[in-house]
Design a protein around this ligand. Sequence first.
Ligand SMILES: Cc1cc2nc3c(=O)[nH]c(=O)nc-3n(C[C@H](O)[C@H](O)[C@H](O)COP(=O)(O)O)c2cc1C
Length: 199
Amino acid sequence: MTSYKILAISGSLRAESHNTALLRAAQQLDTGLDIEIYDRLRSIPPYDFDFDSPQRRPAIVTDLRDRITAADGLLIATPEFNYSVPGVLKNALDWASTDWTRTEGVPLAHKPIAIMGAAPTQFGSVRAQLALRQVFLWTESDVVVKPEVITFRSHERFDDAGNLADETTISLLTGLLAALSAKIDRAARTEPEAALANR
Ligand SMILES: Cc1cc2nc3c(=O)[nH]c(=O)nc-3n(C[C@H](O)[C@H](O)[C@H](O)COP(=O)(O)O)c2cc1C
């Protein structure tokens, strides 16, 4: 059986980011998912409507959109900045939320997505995760609801080498990936029916 392809995006550019470390932990779990971590977020230019068309889009944005479209699902780990989603992450998602010429499709539309987050505070990114769920309402993305992976006091959950060393978080992360997998399964089963219904 071919494993599902997951594009994983961390909202933190920090070298020792706990959010990126969560994505690396997800890669190492035995879930059967093929998880690739996106590593070009730093270079995505600010969203500009004047350049958001198939002819004018920056190559790195086209690449991001293509990779989201090609993925069976997304896994997003977000820090919390000022009670919300870091600007770099929101900016990249904005670029993947459009199809002004109605010729390409919206990369994020109906995409199965799992959200998680980490912060050293007591709230562990919970408000950023809610803000991210709100972003995916407009795009009609298919977001996993539970389990919620809210990695509060994140500095206590990794060992000195940056590996996830907290059993509770490992268990929640495993559950989240299983839920994402199940969501992709369901989408694969219902899509042909939806296609027929739209004829
Ligand atoms: C500009 C800025 C704003 C922040 N605002 C919040 C916040 O509102 N709530 C919170 O829990 N942590 C906040 N933090 C702390 C981040 O959650 C913390 O830096 C987090 O670990 C970043 O994730 P990373 O380890 O993946 O880099 C803020 C940090 C920065 C740099």
